[in-house]
Design a protein around this ligand. Structure first.
Ligand SMILES: *Cc1c(COP(=O)(O)O)cnc(C)c1O
Length: 272
């Protein structure tokens, strides 16, 4: 029964460090097997789920091992860190970058330069800045709108109620190719509460699809990470963002590189 799939948050911080290409191959294969098993439980084709390896906090040497094991798209949540890695890994011409963390408007220029995907769009100001810099460089960018499905004030993302209006504003930004929605579920060992976040995102996507402006695709659902991606897949994830289960545990606590919103008392609006 899929509703009994547990989270794996008990593994958080315990994944062994991947130090060789073999380690990466094995970890990637294990994650792909878990993806396939989750797909099988709900009758989905494993090819409908894209694995995005998340390399944040890991040194360039580890990223190069991941590349040697076959990774061609890496997820990073801090722009400055990602940009630095991109600059020093120019020799790997077919390696692409996905920025998956909150973006300040003043860093949009950097993202426009090197990223091929941005998964944390949650304000018109950032959309406008990205579009302007992308146009100037003759580039375009795949984007996901980040939605706060857990209701936690500390999480970035638009409230589900704000998303329909927000989506309507996006067609003017022609360098942004809107692919779908992204979320971070509640971080909890209670699988049912985690699952509810994923269901909310899927249902929101399904409703939005009926009213989406021309040119706005809403096929993709980016949801699920090392501790909960099987549940996310059971609920329709088309992209899972997996760090620790591939690279190994990160040296610092999550709070260090997973910044929370500065002013949790003010609900975020699409305009800020
Ligand atoms: C770090 C991160 C992940 C991956 O988390 P793991 O626990 O390492 O799998 C997924 N999504 C976002 C937005 C992240 O910042």
């Amino acid at each position: 029964m899929t509703s009994e799939t547990p989270t794996r948050h008990d593994q958080h911080g315990l994944y062994p460090e991947a130090g060789t290409v073999e380690d990466f191959r094995r970890n990637l294969a294990t994650v792909q097997e878990r993806i396939a098993a989750a797909c099988q439980r709900v009758g989905r084709d494993p090819a409908s789920v894209r694995l995005l390896p998340v390399s944040k906090t890991k040194p360039q040497a580890s990223l190069r091992l991941a590349y040697a094991a076959g990774c061609r798209l890496l997820g990073e949540n801090k722009v400055q860190e990602a940009f630095g890695k991109w600059e020093s890994m120019q020799d790997l011409a077919d390696l692409r970058w996905s920025v998956i963390g909150h973006l300040q408007t003043n860093k949009a220029r950097l993202v426009a330069r090197f990223a091929s995907e941005f998964q944390a769009l949650d304000s018109l100001r950032v959309a406008e800045a990205l579009d302007r810099h992308l146009q100037a460089q003759g580039r375009s960018l795949d984007v996901f709108v980040q939605v706060n499905t857990s209701g936690e004030a500390s999480k970035y993302g638009l409230s589900p109620e704000a998303v329909p209006d927000f989506i309507q504003q996006l067609p003017v930004f022609s360098a942004l190719r809107v692919r779908g929605l992204m979320t971070l579920a509640l971080f909890s060992a209670e699988a049912e509460r985690v699952r509810r976040c994923f269901i909310l995102l899927r249902e929101l996507r399904d409703r939005l699809r009926q009213s989406a402006p021309v040119g706005i695709e809403l096929d993709a659902l980016s949801m699920g990470m090392s501790g909960d991606f099987e549940i996310a897949i059971e609920e329709g994830a088309t992209v899972v963002r997996v760090g620790q289960a591939i690279f190994g545990a990160r040296p610092l606590p999550d709070s260090y590189y997973w910044p929370t919103r500065p002013d949790p008392d003010t609900p975020q609006s699409a305009a800020d």
